[in-house]
Design a protein around this ligand. Sequence first.
Ligand code: 13P
Length: 338
Amino acid sequence: MFSDDMRLIAREMVAPGKGILAADESTGTMEKRLHAVGLDSTEETRRQYRELIVSTPGLGEAISGVILFDETVRQESSGGVPLRKVAEENGILPGIKVDKGAKPLAGSDGEKITEGLDGLRDRLTEYAGMGMKFTKWRAVLDIGNGHPSDYAIHVNAHALARYAALSQEAGLVPMVEPEVLMDGDHSLEDAETATTRTLREVFEQLAKQGVELESMVLKPNMVVAGKECPRQPETEQVAEATVRTLRRTVPSAVPGIAFLSGGQGDEEATVNLNAINQLGPLPWQVTFSFGRGLLAPTLQEWVGRAENVDSAQRVLAHRARLNGAARQGRYDAELEHV
Ligand code: 13P
């Protein structure tokens, strides 16, 4: 694929009014999510859940792309259509998580490095052949006890850039996801410092490794205080810290920024996204790439029952529309009940 095509896909992914749905939980994470609502995690329950998601009527109106997991792109709907095709027929670009998860970083004091570079070129070639349009790689950094260290930031940024360069070589738009976690009791200021250091290094490595900024999407965390921080900031403060951090670190050549929700409540993530967009105009499209922020209420509604599929799909479409409004700064709490 030529870079013109990738540029176009990157812009479609962050098109006005739309955002991305992250349904790429690994088998281990999916097991946790399904157990939490009292369900066994089998290949079949996971298939049913993912079919419910990608076949949601009207989802393409607010969702531009869906990030899938390797198992899902090999599964079919109950009607025998590959799930990645069901997404496309619903107006949604299919994407794929290509990292192999965060593992203990050797020589560090409890920090993580994301694995999955070995053999990645071959896996990307296969995914491109299946018609996937974009990819995702998530790096994880935590705050507290001297973390994140320069070492952990550097090696994770280096791996993100290696992944992004390989993805573009295969014609697949990379979603570069350096997640600074909201676990812990750190302040908003600590989150801003850690996120700024991380994004500076990520863009340094992307430049050094020849990644074309116009053909990628950044998937960062919002700048929020730690979940256990006793001084929780106002929405306005979160929005200002987030926008300040992004303006200082993300070149305007990047077409779009799509936030992860990272354990924020679903309404909280929507409200924050709205406040961030209300500080515009911004140099990039600023939207969502939520996993839990879109899917937690959907799974709660479904709980594995065939008779709940329609209502669970309505919950998902509704949450997607609300976030579609928030990514234009047009969300209102009243809309929650429409
Ligand atoms: P959350 O929105 O649940 O953080 O998930 C987004 C994601 O894709 C994490 O890799």
